[in-house]
Design a protein around this ligand. Structure first.
Ligand code: ADP
Length: 479
């Protein structure tokens, strides 16, 4: 099967969150089967260290948007049987950050137009176009509405995966013609309209042949009004074409036995000594107290991630004699809060504001617990990685967190099955309860070791999920 992915980020080139890991590792898994040819289109950002990759110029052309013409070059890199096509345009992608600019709508419109033009002029055939999140949400619409593309790439059925339903990709109705060369009637007849604007996200939900999200529980949540994303109407209309497929993880990149980025390697048989050695190295390096439980956060610091709960938990942890380690960046007020927190508790708190992959690996290896009290979580990768590194996730029962963590319940003593700590409510008591359970587990090494072993033994490879995607692709091809 010829599969073409389009994503605003993908490892090994760019990453701000789980989307990047998923596109990359799902593609590698699919490409293991010689019957599949897998390609990924992604922007060539300034932050990508070009010299590390063998980039070959594949194609160059101009993209017309409204009155303006934009020069685009496409570079190709083949890594582990996956073809990465990197779209270069200095003005739009030669910037310090991946997102957060006023013209993000134009930037990703150029990205979509460049993908289709590249496919067109290079006669790239495709069975399935697998599109990820709002940045590429207009592609299914363009493929169906623009005559010049109808049928030229082969079957080219579209699958759209919702990684984060918060981001709707809004732009004004007149953008339909000047950004995408589409007729504005699509706005007035309601096909692409959402909240009085065009939404690339909603457009994808209308036009894609199949829709997925990244966990079964999140799929169910999106069908309900309580999820608060205001898409339950359309999701219910598309229910027969909508499924939740749980993310796997890259088990080679995240393997405590072989991880070259951590101080000491360890596996399920020697995690006690291994984690302890990593922990000692970590607390020494950052001048923290020894012999205390470490509770960590490795995350974007945005309200989605339950910042209010994290603050309640962090204060409780230091009051009860634990250590808090935070690695993340995001909302400025939260960054300031945690910087001050580290200053106030300098022996018991470590805070790094920014993105640092090496540090992330070390935090996973040396922590006892990982805090994830998310308000919503389509899947979440951090808890899955934590489990593999013997760091017990403390999560709220929502989305993919509910599908991946089985909580220890001190009342029924279910340490035989448990692999983390789970609480339900978004309130202070629930957060404090989870920290209390964590301290109790920490002090009872028999229970703790059992739960850690359960967590480390979980099979999170992509094999099962990738085969579910393949089944879905087959169904799309029958449409
Ligand atoms: P989301 O995609 O919503 O950001 P996920 O839990 O799905 O959340 O994925 C987060 C991924 O990003 C994980 O691989 C995590 O290790 C990584 N990550 C998050 N913040 C940082 C950071 N500041 N530095 C390094 N890695 C980070």
């Amino acid at each position: 099967m010829k599969i073409i992915m389009a994503s605003s980020e993908s490892l090994p080139f760019s990453k701000t969150g789980g989307l990047s890991d998923v596109v990359h590792s799902l593609s590698e898994e699919l490409a293991k089967d010689p019957q599949n040819e897998v390609s990924i289109f992604t922007p060539l950002y300034k932050t990508i260290r070009r010299k590390e990759f063998k980039l070959k110029l594949f194609s160059s052309f101009d993209v017309q948007m409204g009155q303006n013409s934009f020069a685009v070059k496409v570079y190709l890199s083949n890594i582990k049987k996956v073809n990465y096509y990197l779209i270069e345009n200095e003005g739009f992608f030669g910037r310090d950050e991946l997102y957060g600019y006023d013209d993000d709508g134009e930037r990703f419109a150029l990205f979509c137009n460049a993908i289709l033009k590249c496919m067109q002029i290079n006669k790239m055939e495709c069975d399935i176009m697998h599109l990820h999140d709002w940045q590429v949400g207009m592609i299914p619409c363009i493929l169906k509405e623009k005559r010049e593309f109808c049928g030229v790439f082969g079957p080219c059925k579209t699958v759209f995966t919702i990684h984060n339903p918060l981001f709707k990709g809004y732009f004004r109705a007149d953008g339909l013609s000047y950004l995408y060369g589409l007729d504005e009637k699509l706005f007035y007849n309601g096909m692409v309209a959402f909240d009085g604007m065009v939404s690339t996200f909603k457009t994808a939900l209308v036009y894609s042949d199949k829709i997925t999200t990244v966990s079964p529980t999140h799929a169910n949540e999106l069908l309900t009004r309580e999820s608060n994303f205001n898409i339950e109407g359309i999701m219910n209309q598309r229910k027969n074409d909508f499924v939740g497929i749980l993310n796997g993880m890259d088990v080679r990149e995240w393997d405590p036995k072989k991880d070259a980025l951590i101080d000491y390697n360890f596996g399920v048989n020697d995690f006690k000594e291994g984690k302890e050695k990593n922990k000692i190295a970590f607390v020494k390096e950052h001048n923290l107290d020894e012999d205390k439980p470490i509770f960590s956060v490795v995350s974007r610091l945005t309200s989605q991630k339950g910042l209010d709960q994290i603050i309640i938990m962090a204060n409780e942890i230091v009051n009860r004699g634990g250590i808090v380690a935070i690695l993340g960046s995001g909302e400025k007020w939260a960054e300031e809060y945690f910087k001050n927190f580290a200053r106030d508790h300098y022996k018991n708190a470590f805070v790094f504001i920014g993105y640092d992959n090496v540090l992330a690996h070390k935090v996973y290896a040396s922590s006892d617990f990982m805090l994830m009290p998310s308000l919503f979580e389509p899947c979440g990768l951090t808890q899955i990685i934590s489990q593999r590194y013997g760091t017990l996730p403390i999560v709220r029962k929502v989305g993919g967190l509910a599908d991946t963590v089985l909580g220890f319940n001190p009342d029924i003593k279910n340490e035989k099955e448990a692999n983390g700590i789970v609480f339900n409510d978004i309130d202070r008591n629930a957060a404090l309860w989870s920290i209390d359970v964590a301290f109790n587990i920490y002090e009872n090494s028999k229970i703790k070791d059992k739960i850690i072993r359960n967590a480390m033994k979980l099979d999170r490879s992509w094999k099962v999920s990738a085969s579910k995607y393949l089944e879905l692709y087959e169904e799309a091809l029958k449409k």
